[in-house]
Design a protein around this ligand. Structure first.
Ligand code: P6P
Length: 335
């Protein structure tokens, strides 16, 4: 029987190899993983747990919150606030930052998360997930402030997601490649099931919400149109399309078999750069994709180089197979 390596063992052994996982960060990642197990349990109960449907409230984005959005947010806050590894947290579901209360010790890390991404899929039993990003708190004795979170994505020290689908799978990077851990529900532990994940540089599969086609900018229209022309067109091959409307599920497919994911700027809300959020969706997913040999841009620049101005700012996202992302980005530069 193949050796089963738990998340804990993986983190301990990785620490010995490259020192990328100091003790406090290892504790943080294990606590986040435990919180994801609790969220998975709540999600899996579905209607039997009375957790489906809306919470009759709105989040800072002006979006109707699902009961599970709020449950997942509370699970992550309660799991992480007491351990002494964090100074503060930020969430898609909270307007401001959550500073660790004075009754607990403060650590050197900042944790950002989308507690349950893909909420529109909760009530229809389609895969959803938790996305998280870890930054270092700036040096200094002063208290942590919201501005401390406004760091470019290349400054992340860890990033990952947990997808709640047919399997519950935790996907993680600390800057030395991407590893995947599948939840063994009988033992209650995440077991290493893939490491050194690699995204093929080419693909025949694109992911975009086609219903927005009339609102897209020319470079996106050109790219998708060429894909749709298939083998008779300039690409000389036929393409497949997927759109789960759950970023975690779409990115997991791309990490598993390649592809390109696009949520670009469109004319519906021209003042918004895109729909997805930079700090706790595009940055963690962009780093994971790059660590697996892919690329992630906003059409014009590397996502991880964007200097954030606001905690909840949005961004246009094009990520996945390197050669496809570079093609779409080149179409933007030809404007
Ligand atoms: P649309 C989920 O609400 C989300 O933030 C991402 O997970 C997903 O990729 C996107 O929005 C789906 O948006 O407009 O297709 O419903």
């Amino acid at each position: 029987m193949a050796k089963r390596i738990s998340l804990t063992r993986y983190l301990v052994e990785q620490q010995r190899v490259d020192g990328l996982i100091p003790g406090q960060l290892r504790l943080l990642l294990e606590v986040v993983a435990r919180a994801c197990k609790s969220i998975s349990h709540a999600v899996n109960k579905g209607a039997l747990g009375g957790v489906l449907g809306s919470a009759d409230s709105e989040n800072v984005q002006g979006e109707i919150q699902k009961k599970l959005d709020i449950i997942a947010n509370e699970v992550l806050i309660e799991a992480n606030e007491w351990g002494g590894h964090l100074a503060a947290m930020a969430s898609e579901e909270m307007d401001g930052i959550y500073v660790v209360p004075n009754r607990y010790p403060q650590g050197e890390y900042l944790l950002l998360f989308d507690p349950l991404d893909g909420s529109s899929n909760i009530d229809v039993n389609v895969s959803i997930g938790t996305i998280f990003s870890v930054l270092k708190k700036p040096e200094g004795d002063r208290g942590v402030e919201a501005g401390d979170f406004l760091q470019a994505g290349h400054q992340q020290v860890a990033a990952g997601y947990c997808v709640y689908g047919p399997q519950t799978t935790l996907v993680l990077t600390v800057g030395d490649g991407v590893a995947m851990f599948t939840l063994d529900r009988e033992q209650g532990s995440f077991i290493l099931t893939q490491e050194n994940v690699r995204i093929p540089e080419d693909t025949k599969e694109f992911a975009i919400n086609m219903s927005n086609m009339r609102h897209w900018d020319a470079p996106i229209k050109r790219y998708v149109d060429e894909c749709l022309q298939g083998v008779e067109g300039p690409r000389g091959k036929n393409f497949n399309m997927r759109w789960v409307a759950s970023m975690v599920a779409d990115v997991h497919r791309i990490l598993t078999r390649g592809g390109i994911f696009m949520y670009p700027w469109d004319k519906r809300e021209p003042n918004k750069p895109g729909k997805l959020r930079l700090m706790y969706e595009a940055n963690p997913m962009g780093w994971l994709v790059e660590q697996a040999g892919g690329a992630a841009t906003n059409g014009k620049q590397r996502i991880l180089d964007i200097q954030p101005g606001q905690l909840h700012e949005r961004v246009s996202v094009i990520l996945g197979s390197k050669n496809e992302v570079e093609r779409v980005t080149s179409y933007h530069s030809e404007l």
